[in-house]
Design a protein around this ligand. Structure first.
Ligand code: NDP
Length: 487
């Protein structure tokens, strides 16, 4: 395709043949009809029909840029991951997104934001697929499709349904923590640059001695937290639906590169056994007082993509992508996502999605996966080595990359994940951090979002807020009353 600085060069078909006329179809006489023989016309129409791929079911609307991770702290005693060694710089790419809206949704909607990072490390791609909040609505992946249905359109009305959202949340007390964050100021950042990122899940680090610790990753915005109120966001959306793209793309074009300070929280395996709550429960944070954040580096975004579709829409993250020295944890939601993310991309992009330029590792890769749609990359140097084991010098495993064994115990069963779980203390700790203004906005945001919800569902949710803190329940009641005195 001709580039901006190349516009006088010759137009060709996709097969490279120069095009003699890009203005007129091939017709029988000057009044038509068009001849089927006009393969240039057919090629153009056929390509246009195929310009869309399935959008992501969740996180469809996104914005992204290239950048660099620089490690400044020394955690070599915790991990052998090359990407996390002091002084290492690793090229990376980030994609931010809203969760519920479709690809054309307005940017400034109240929603959780995706904060997904792909690091092109020397030992393979490492993807950290987080959010701008440290917790999530559900802790068991079997609830995820139900939860997402409540965020999407009603099957009959084709409208978003506040009733469905609050019905699900009021029946799922584990959602309280995330709901409190969503309706607080941080639920509506002014741009991707003005929010934190959190790996959210518990991951692990391991070193050459085979010692493992549990770990949480945090990315603290250097631009400062900035948020819109609902009223401000409505005003902005009246002017532009693309405010995040404009802000992020514009800042990077102008050389104002956004940065985040990278922190980790570390928990030993022994500490995990002594905690009063499950450290692998993604509806919970690790209190800073017990697990102080340690600064280990800085993330900077400094290059806009040249082609949004190729580099951001085709960008494919999966928590399954970890590298030596970084591992997973028993977090159930993480395990669900290890399957679901890669599966989404196989459906959305195709079997060989990881060979697309933006997803391709920057290090050599040698695997035995073979054919399938869009197999556009060549074979390994020795074509006879197309299975394993073989006698023809094909690639072999390297046991030095093995993760230390993880002890697991207990009977396989469907344990009730709500049984004995304290879903109230951590939202309470957050609620008590808010000043009066933040609390008033929290109450008003919740009341506005509950508009039209049947009383029984609203009452059930308010009872959950009361259990977080009596002032929380009372504040939401008063805000609902102010909107509708009949409530
Ligand atoms: P701390 O007081 O040590 O930490 C409070 C944290 O809350 C800070 O990380 C701060 O993030 C964040 N915070 C401050 N204001 C808001 C807000 N309006 N909305 C969302 N987050 C906010 O206490 P704890 O570690 O004991 O945590 C108390 C509560 O804070 C938790 O229950 C949780 O809800 C929330 N929180 C905790 C985090 C953690 O990893 N421990 C992370 C984020 C939130 P920042 O430093 O970026 O301003």
């Amino acid at each position: 395709m001709p580039q901006q600085d190349d516009r006088n060069s010759r137009l060709t078909t996709t097969a490279g043949a120069p095009v003699a006329d890009n203005q007129n179809s091939l017709t029988a006489g000057d009044r038509g009809p068009v001849l089927l023989q006009d393969w240039q016309l057919i090629e153009k129409l056929a390509h246009q029909n195929r310009e869309r791929i399935p959008e992501r079911v969740v996180h469809a609307k996104g914005w992204g840029a290239h950048g660099m991770l620089r490690i400044t702290g020394d955690i070599s005693h915790l991990t052998c991951a090359k990407v996390l060694q002091q002084g290492t710089e690793t090229p990376m790419i980030a994609r931010f997104s809203t969760v519920a809206g479709e690809m054309g949704a307005a940017d400034h909607e109240r929603d959780v934001r995706g904060f997904a990072l792909k690091f092109y490390t020397e030992e393979g791609n490492w993807d950290l697929v987080g959010n701008n909040t440290p917790v999530f609505f559900v802790r068991d992946p079997i609830k995820f499709p139900d939860f997402i249905h409540t965020q999407k359109r009603h099957p009959r009305t084709n409208l978003r349904s506040a009733t469905a959202m609050w019905d699900f949340w009021s029946l799922s007390p584990e959602s309280l923590h995330q709901v409190t964050i969503l309706f607080s100021d941080r639920g509506l950042p002014v741009s991707p640059m003005h929010m934190n990122g959190y790996g959210s899940h518990t991951y692990s680090l391991w070193n050459d001695d085979g010692d493992r610790v549990w770990i949480k990753f945090h990315f603290k915005t250097s631009q400062g937290h900035r948020h819109y109120t609902n009223a401000e966001a409505e005003e902005v959306m009246g002017r532009t639906r693309e405010g995040y793209q404009e802000a992020l793309f514009g800042a990077i074009e102008e050389g104002n590169y956004p940065r985040w300070i990278v922190q980790v929280q570390v928990m030993t395996e022994a500490q995990a056994g002594e905690l009063p709550f499950n450290p692998f429960d993604v509806t919970k944070v690790w209190p800073h007082a017990d697990f102080p954040p340690i600064e280990i580096g800085v993330l900077e975004l400094n290059r806009n993509p040249d082609n949004y579709f190729a580099e951001i829409e085709q960008l494919a993250f999966s928590p399954s992508n970890v590298v030596r020295g970084i591992g997973h944890s028993p977090d159930r939601m993480l395990q669900g996502r290890i399957f679901a993310y890669a599966d989404a991309h196989r459906y959305r992009l195709g079997t060989h999605y990881e060979a697309l330029p933006v997803n391709r590792p920057r290090c050599p890769m040698h695997h035995y996966h073979r054919d399938g749609a869009m197999r556009f990359f060549g074979d390994m140097p020795n074509a006879d080595a197309y299975y394993e084991p073989n006698s023809f010098g094909g690639p072999v495993e390297d046991r030095s990359f093995a993760e230390p064994p993880l002890q697991i115990e207990g009977p396989a069963s469907r344990f009730d994940h709500r049984d004995g779980n304290d879903d109230f203390s951590q939202p309470r700790a957050l609620f008590l951090l808010f000043d009066d203004g933040q609390k008033a906005r929290l109450f008003a945001n919740i009341a506005a979002a509950m508009s039209g919800v049947p009383d029984a569902i609203a009452e059930r949710q308010i009872e959950l807020f009361r259990r977080v803190h009596p002032d929380f329940g009372a504040g939401v009641c008063a805000a609902l009353d102010a909107l509708d005195p009949q409530f």
